[in-house]
Design a binder for this molecule. Structure first.
Ligand SMILES: *Cc1c(COP(=O)(O)O)cnc(C)c1O
Length: 230
């Protein structure tokens, strides 16, 4: 199937999930996760109307997106993979948002660097959802410590939360992981009302319907748009 057909199908399914949940389709942004996929396919997704892309590696993103973004001014690019501290400077200069803030040391490094940017850097805090995924803050208390560290630097703009649900066909642990993120959002809204917590980045190809039912505002879709990876 062509990428454009896949984009249309995913959009239809997002619409379906929103209707089931009694939500407005406009509340859910579609991100095409383009890691491992090259520019021709990324351009197809953009031609099908996708304006938000996600990459998990800094160098790969810079290689693929540098010229493309100049040609496509409306395109937004988020980092969704684990960021090493020695790549924080490049990342802060290149991405529109870092969704994968997962530890205090990274927050501090990125916070120092983000001060050099002319605009603040929007960031999401990643919550670890269990054994399968190693990245992310462990629990709500750890998240709060991460947010406090971020607020010590003026250059970071906390904008919401991100999580990856466990990879399983069993719906229960997946739904539980998304509910944990919503619960964490409620606490952060109360503890840090000066920040915006509206973005809930949750849901991938296999579980975005459940994520939307649980309140996702941004779904990160790779294989359902680009096909299987090599
Ligand atoms: C790869 C990746 C995705 C997309 O996964 P698919 O199952 O291919 O849709 C989403 N989020 C993160 C953090 C990823 O690393």
């Amino acid at each position: 199937m062509a990428v454009s057909d896949n984009v249309r199908l995913v959009r239809d399914e997002i619409g379906e999930a929103c209707r089931r949940a009694g939500r407005d389709t406009n509340e859910v942004r579609l991100m095409a996760v383009s890691k491992f996929n090259e520019l021709p396919l990324i351009e197809e997704a953009a031609a099908a109307g996708v304006r938000l892309f996600g990459e998990s590696r800094v160098q790969e993103a810079v290689r693929k997106f540098t010229g493309f973004r100049e040609r496509m001014p409306g395109v937004e690019l988020h980092l969704i993979g684990r960021l090493q501290r020695n790549k924080a400077r490049v990342a802060a200069g290149f991405f529109d948002c870092v969704e994968s803030l997962d530890r205090v040391e990274l927050v501090q490094e990125l916070g120092r660097i983000a001060l050099e940017r002319t605009a603040v850097l929007p960031v999401l805090f990643e919550l670890n959802s269990g054994e399968e995924s190693k990245s992310g803050f462990r629990d709500e208390d750890a998240l709060c410590a991460g947010v406090e560290a971020a607020l010590a630097f003026g250059g970071l703009l906390p904008s919401g939360l991100m999580t990856m649900a466990p990879f399983t066909d069993d719906e229960k642990p997946v739904r539980d992981a998304f509910r944990r993120l919503v619960k964490a959002q409620t606490r952060l809204r109360r503890s840090f009302p000066e920040c915006g917590w509206d973005c809930l980045s949750m849901g991938m190809s296999g579980d975005f319907r459940i994520a939307i039912e649980e309140g996702s505002t941004l779904v990160r879709i790779g294989t359902a748009i680009f096909g299987g990876r090599q």
